[in-house]
Design a protein around this ligand. Structure first.
Ligand code: IMP
Length: 432
């Protein structure tokens, strides 16, 4: 069962990039199965910081093969930029090392314009998307008029489809959203040139991944965004447009249902969110500034993709339990425990109250309207003053930090197998 899945247990930004980077040391294939360049994975290796949006973070390890699955939407421009950036650090992304599914959908500049126009038109109901064209590309996919990567392999047919795509979206943007018309011919030309550069990477990946599995190769599937942004189970409508939960790996890689070895949920020691939507434990004022950081460090709570300050709040175990249920989590990886150092007391949400009822996991599927009506109930744990960044063993942690981790385990029934205490690759407490 050599499949391991890493998913975010919150609304994204849990620190999955570094977790994947760590686990891919012992993986052969590293695969993305959902989303697009709305994801932002930061990996710190020594002095170098890599911010990746499309290339799987595990590809920083030269022995890995990267897979971009059919569940993804792919911006060729971002992919090519990332490849060039990695090349500067002597990391070569060749067609032998990166396989792009022929069924992945392509994001065009027109999708991005439409994404922004649509979200702006929602006024105060805005989702606060990343503006990367994700929603409109998945809409085209579901409406059966999207552009698939495999079409690039048939240049004449693809050129016609691209022409029709830009003409249709230009019509929609200028007619409905009153945007300035675009130069369709120039856009078509640019897009064809760009997509031509990724042609050697495209193939049917399902059988390749299956073969790898039968050769006992290990696969690490790297979920993007987080559980609560899932199109079905997330805080709808404040969600992204793809399946962000562990189950998405099978259709998103074109695999049959297979046994998996682990479903690892990445959770921060507190909650964060970007974009709009309910956030029961959200904080403001000084405490929010404390958890968010000043923005001076790359690991402070500012979006990797958009640079927006993230909303921050106390750890919410109701939502963490929900993430356990909808993903089938088998273990937790706790990140950013070091950020809580210096607090005298740390509230943790253990239940919600709404309409005279108290509950410890959601009895509705994410729905934003219902979540907004829930009042968090807290238990307060004692804090600690010690700097955790040099801790490398469980015993190095102060007793109250250990008690905080124990509390999470007791309330979720999951073992916290790893704890990270700074962005550096090795700043980790592994608990076997
Ligand atoms: P979209 O995915 O750009 O359509 O944005 C939909 C919602 O998901 C917005 O609230 C975004 O801020 C959020 N979102 C999308 N990708 C990420 C991510 O990688 N991390 C955190 N939030 C994200």
């Amino acid at each position: 069962m050599p499949i391991d899945i890493v998913v975010g247990a919150h609304w994204g930004d849990e620190g999955k990039g570094r977790v994947v980077d760590l686990l891919s040391e012992n993986s052969d294939l590293v695969a993305r199965f959902n989303g697009g360049d709305n994801a932002g994975h930061t990996v710190t290796v020594g002095e170098k910081i890599f911010k990746l949006h499309v290339v799987p973070s595990g590809m920083i390890h030269p022995h890995t093969i990267g897979v971009l699955g059919s569940g993804m939407v792919l911006n060729p421009h971002t992919l090519l930029e990332e490849m060039a950036m990695l090349k500067e650090s002597a990391i070569e992304i060749t067609p032998e090392r990166l396989w792009i599914s022929d069924a992945a959908h392509l994001i065009t500049p027109a999708h991005r314009l439409l994404d922004r126009a649509q979200d702006a038109a929602l006024g105060k109901e805005q989702i606060g998307t990343t503006g990367r064209g994700i929603g409109p590309t998945y809409v085209d996919k579901a409406a059966r008029c999207g552009l698939r990567a495999g079409e690039i392999l048939d240049p004449e047919y693809f050129a016609e489809r691209v022409q029709a795509h830009f003409a249709r979206l230009d019509h929609l943007l200028s007619g409905w959203y009153r945007e300035n018309g675009m130069d369709v011919e120039a856009q078509v030309w640019d897009f064809l040139e760009m997509t031509n550069a990724i042609r050697p990477f495209i193939r049917r990946i399902g059988p390749l991944v299956q073969n790898a599995l039968s050769e006992r190769k290990t696969i690490l599937a790297e979920g993007a965004q987080g559980t609560l942004l899932d199109l079905e189970q997330g805080t709808y409508p404040f969600v992204t447009s793809s399946c962000t939960t562990a189950a998405g790996i099978f259709s998103g890689l074109g695999l049959g249902v297979q046994p998996v070895r682990s479903v690892l949920g990445v959770t921060k020691a507190f909650h964060t969110r970007v974009g709009s939507g309910p956030f029961p434990t959200e904080l403001d004022g000084e405490m929010a500034d404390f958890l968010r950081g000043s923005g001076a460090n790359p690991w402070d709570e500012y979006g990797t993709t958009t640079g927006r300050p993230r909303r921050v709040g106390w750890l919410d175990l109701v939502l963490l339990n929900y993430a356990r249920e909808v993903n089938g989590l088998t273990e937790l990886f706790l990140t950013k425990l070091d950020v809580l150092s210096g607090l005298s007391a740390i509230p943790v949400c253990v239940a919600y109250q709404t309409g005279g009822r108290t509950f410890r996991s959601l009895d509705f599927s994410g729905d934003a309207r219902q979540l907004a009506k829930c009042t968090p109930m807290y238990e307060t744990l004692p804090g600690w003053q010690e700097d955790l960044r040099a801790c490398r063993k469980w015993a190095d942690l102060p007793a109250n930090a250990r008690a905080y981790v124990d509390f999470i385990e007791d309330h979720t029934g999951l073992m916290v197998k790893n704890i990270s205490v700074s962005p550096e690759r090795l700043a980790l407490i592994a608990r076997g």
